[in-house]
Design a protein around this ligand. Sequence first.
Ligand SMILES: O=C(O)[C@@H](O)C(=O)CO
Ligand code: MG
Length: 260
Amino acid sequence: MPNFAANLTMMFTEWSFLDRFAAAADAGFSAVEFLFPYEHPPEAVAAQLQRNGLTQALFNLPPGDWGKGERGLAALPSRFSELQAGVETALIYAEATGCRSLHLMAGIAEAGDARASAAYREAVAWTAERVGAAGRTLVLEPINRRDMPGYFLNDFALAEDLIAALALPNLKLQFDIYHRAIMHGDVTMALRRLMPTIGHIQIASVPSRHEPDAEELNYPFLLAELDRLGYEGFVGCEYRPAGATIDGLGWFKPYRGISA
Ligand SMILES: O=C(O)[C@@H](O)C(=O)CO
Ligand SMILES: [Mg+2]
């Protein structure tokens, strides 16, 4: 059975951030993920996890100034020292929360730009080694440019090639099925081919990014396929509920209480 993680950036937003942990646990989740914890002290986040018996599956390294439209620093050559400082901050949160996987966002840059490509490769290698020394996995997530215009890592092949070229044991792919379907389709075959390099998976309906029980994709089939492929990582529920979060959890009922 998949190990689902409620995404607290998108789900349970009827509650304040720190109250979303209890809401997710009450709904039957045993793990959570979110984009960023940095507005809250690490101890406050850790206390919510502990109080509610939750595992922290994933969060993102600091992305630069999100409010000003920044979406990561890795492909921005002039921001490398800021990225390095952000990694140290993230590791403090990872230690406090016991989180094993961190997502490094690439940033807004042209995929064909040689300087951006070189900066990205260097930043990924440095960050993977740094978080690896702290016992953590680094994941890279291709993101579709309809949701994130101008995003550097907008193609699965780019991520696959870099992960293969660097060949670092703790550098993995974050396979967001929603982005994959929008960018390339062929979801099942990609899961089968890429399974050895996948470190984290996320789900949502396509194209609306709602609950995974409507629209284009057959999630009962895809989730069973993850079991058939022996996937043991987390499946992040990174969707915006179509209505109230709790009202949309019908899809989760068959899994509730049996996902580890
Ligand atoms: O898919 C997404 O958007 C997220 O997983 C993320 O990390 C950046 O927004
Ligand atoms: Mg995602």
